[in-house]
Design a protein around this ligand. Structure first.
Ligand SMILES: Nc1ncnc2c1ncn2[C@@H]1O[C@H](COP(=O)(O)OP(=O)(O)O)[C@@H](O)[C@H]1O
Ligand SMILES: [Mg+2]
Length: 285
């Protein structure tokens, strides 16, 4: 579905302000998979996200979606319909007077008829855990932070892009809104077959959700693999400014203490099972 090959991107090329934000980035992602794109601040995550829906074009290398190059102009103009991008802090870009108009915006642009739009808007609001009857006529600016983020997500879901790219969608949210959004993304992937690319620096989210993890550091891919593979390399993660999820960190720590703890654990349940295994083995010796 997504193919990124040797992608390099310069901001302000050929000027004294030139910045190489991406440097030889390559990865691919099959349709229906869940990818986490991780990395510290300034590592190039947002720049990469903007290449996936054609907002930015490679300085060199290429980006393909569904087998077509984002450099094809006609394809690029339509690409937003296939790859829905939820911006970082999307609620800062609200401009409509009501939640209804905000969520309906993309479908109105597509010229859909009003009855269909109303149905889709109500569906999208319910999907993000809001009651349409309660929020449709409110100003988006009157909502709490968590509700605004949900409205922003609804405004992308409403036109059903097959690929969802979400730039730190849970940043700054309360735990309940965060959980709701993550649960929803997993559900959209598993039940509706969406391809999801989630940008986050929380490795717990990668452990729970991802089929594939790509870690950026200074514009380069410093690690990629399944979560289990990536978490086998705590030194590289640390170098990239990221922390291991707690259960995995615990196992690495026990190993440092000389215990034969397996480190390929993702969840607390798996950590518990591994501790139990160590305990019964300890008794046998
Ligand atoms: N519009 C821009 N103009 C110039 N440099 C930029 C611009 N946006 C980002 N950069 C630079 O590109 C690099 C990658 O930034 P970004 O993609 O925003 O990283 P992240 O999302 O991981 O924090 C950083 O060095 C950043 O300063
Ligand atoms: Mg960013």
């Amino acid at each position: 579905m997504i193919l990124v090959e040797d992608l390099t991107y310069w901001y302000a090329p050929g000027t004294p302000l030139a910045v190489k934000a991406l440097d030889g980035v390559s990865f691919s992602l099959a349709e229906g998979k869940f990818m986490v794109l991780a990395g510290g601040t300034g590592s190039g995550k947002t720049t990469l996200a903007q290449h996936l829906n054609g907002l930015l074009l490679p300085s060199s290398g290429r980006v393909q979606v569904g087998g077509r190059d984002t450099r094809e102009e006609a394809f690029r103009r339509q690409l937003w319909r296939t790859v829905g991008l939820l911006w970082q802090y999307p609620e800062r870009q609200f401009f409509e007077e009501t939640v209804y108009r905000e969520v309906a915006f993309a479908l109105r642009n597509l010229g859909a008829d009003e009855e269909y739009i109303r149905e889709r808007v109500a569906w999208a609001l319910r999907a993000v855990g809001l009651n349409p009857a309660e929020v449709l006529d409110l100003s988006p600016f009157a909502l709490s932070g968590g509700m605004r983020r949900r409205v922003a997500l609804a405004s992308v879901l409403v036109y059903r892009p097959r690929v969802l790219v979400l730039d730190e969608p849970t940043a700054g949210l309360d735990p309940a809104s965060r959980e709701h959004i993550l649960g929803l993304l997993k559900k959209l992937q598993e039940e509706e077959g969406h391809t999801v690319i989630l940008i986050t620096h929380r490795m717990e989210e990668a452990a729970r959700l991802a089929d594939w993890v790509v870690v950026l550091s200074r514009g380069r891919v410093c690690l990629q693999g399944t979560p289990r593979e990536v978490f086998q390399n705590p030194a590289a993660l640390k170098e990239a400014g990221l922390h291991l999820p707690f259960p995995c960190r615990l196992m690495h720590r026990l190993r440092e203490e000389g215990l034969a703890a397996g480190t390929a654990v993702l969840t607390l349940e798996e950590a518990e099972a591994e501790l139990e295994r160590l305990r019964t083995r300890g008794r046998q010796h």
